[in-house]
Design a protein around this ligand. Structure first.
Ligand code: FES
Ligand code: FE2
Length: 432
């Protein structure tokens, strides 16, 4: 099964602990590397496929991709979730092509076989008609299930690796970031509020995975936005972190944060809220005072902080959104942005969050276009492959190793990016 590759990941990621961390150009540009990643990275990790609120009732489905494998997640009759490969067991047609929807059963459009919501074969069309199946025909039981399905606080993940560690173990310290983000909701629950904003960029998928947790780039790549935010920012923009602040103050605030390289490739960057007292007395004081009473001071500070995160390999949480990136080819990536609402928060707060996302993300936003432009520039630059290495050493000498296999870094350390590459090297080095 499958071809063999002559790729030694130690040739692509070089680490001298505490001193040097290099990644080879071809890790972003080589087609064989990409092909191997689709197997060794994406088929051996927990991959985020959607939020439970996207599957509200029996028959609700969402299609997704794990590496190159098409899958579909369906809610069954009893409210339980199922995940299958999106492929008819007869002659291979994808059963569902829409991104999401609701069906009573899964009917293959090619020859009309029918499967129930739990994937069982219900009907082989014209089974005994002339030229049909004989008495010895072994009717397939049903659709091929994806080996593992799990969810954490409504976030649904699947894995093609039956032996993978449990989802909560896999998420590890990233759970604290997910908790802090979701606990901004008075009920602890969120709802995906709309269909995603989707864009593509001409570059490798890892550029997005690195960038979403890149605390270093913000003031540079997004310089124009920073100036606008200093002038016009309101209390919902970036959770109020930047309200009415000068560019210099914003920079100082950002450098009060921390970064983290987590086990299994995840990473995050966190900045404390500039003025928690101001939040308690401000426009949304009722919301924040309620959260403060519910969780206590220490947890409240975590909840009020601003965090960006990558859940390796292809999901992130930033601002009030879930982001997914899908590798299309070695030099093309699709990005899907799902804003969410906080259940129980004032409508004006959720609306304000959405407005502030529109300000930064999307075709008319001031920020995301900066990043996709940078991804295109990196892809262009990497064609100069006489330059062998990219440098990921920043902050390495001050990263502190913690007990759980994590490294805690200073605010603009490239610790989160190193997490990704360490896990990449580990997975790519494991034979088929
Ligand atoms: S391929 Fe699905 S019924 Fe034939
Ligand atoms: Fe950015």
């Amino acid at each position: 099964m499958g071809r063999t590759y002559d790729i030694d990941p130690d040739d692509y990621v070089r680490e001298k602990p505490g001193r040097q961390f290099l990644v080879r150009t071809e890790a972003y540009t080589d087609r064989d590397v990409f092909d191997l990643e689709m197997r060794r990275v994406f088929e051996r990790t927990w991959v985020y496929v959607g939020h439970e609120t996207e599957l509200p009732s029996a028959g609700s489905f969402k299609t997704a991709q794990v590496g190159r494998q098409p899958i579909v997640v369906v809610r069954g009759k009893e409210g339980e979730l199922h995940a299958f490969f999106n492929r008819c067991v007869h002659r291979g047609a994808a059963l569902l092509r829409e991104a999401a929807g609701c069906v009573q059963e899964l009917r293959c459009p090619y020859h009309g076989w029918v499967f129930d919501l739990s994937g069982k074969t219900r009907l082989v069309s014209e089974r005994n008609d002339p030229g049909g199946y004989g008495p010895d025909f072994e009717q397939p039981e049903g659709l091929e299930p994806v080996p593992r399905l799990g969810s954490y606080r409504g976030l649904v993940f699947v894995s093609l690796d039956p032996d993978i560690v449990p989802l909560e173990t896999y998420l590890g310290s990233m759970k604290h970031i997910i908790d802090a983000k979701l606990d901004l909701s008075p009920t602890g629950r969120i709802a995906i509020a709309s269909t995603p904003y989707v864009c593509r960029y001409p570059g490798n998928w890892k550029l997005q995975a690195e960038n979403i947790v890149d605390a270093y780039h913000f003031m540079h790549t997004h310089g124009a936005f920073v100036k606008l935010q200093a002038k016009f920012g309101d209390s919902t923009g970036d959770f109020g972190v930047h309200k009415g602040r000068s560019t210099r103050e914003m920079r100082e605030q950002r450098f009060r944060g921390t970064t983290r390289s987590c086990r299994y490739g995840h990473g995050f960057a966190q900045v404390p809220a500039a003025d928690t007292d101001g939040l308690l007395d401000g426009e949304f004081g009722d919301l924040y005072r309620g959260l403060h009473a519910q969780h206590g001071q220490e947890a409240f500070e975590r909840i009020a902080a601003k965090a960006t995160s990558t859940v390796f390999p292809s999901m992130g949480m930033i601002h009030q959104q879930i982001r997914v990136w899908r590798p299309i080819s070695v030099d093309e990536t699709e990005v899907l942005i799902y804003p969410y609402e906080l259940e129980g928060a004032p409508d004006a707060f959720n609306a304000g969050m959405l407005r502030s996302q529109e300000r930064f993300y999307g075709p008319s936003g001031f920020g995301m276009v900066d990043d996709t432009e940078i991804f295109a520039r990196v892809s262009q630059g990497l064609r100069a492959d006489r330059v062998e290495w990219l440098l990921f050493d920043r902050g390495m000498d001050t990263d502190e190793q913690t007990g759980e296999g994590d490294y805690r870094g200073l605010p603009s350390s490239e610790a989160p990016q190193r997490a990704l590459w360490r896990e990449w090297r580990r997975l790519m080095g494991q034979g088929a």
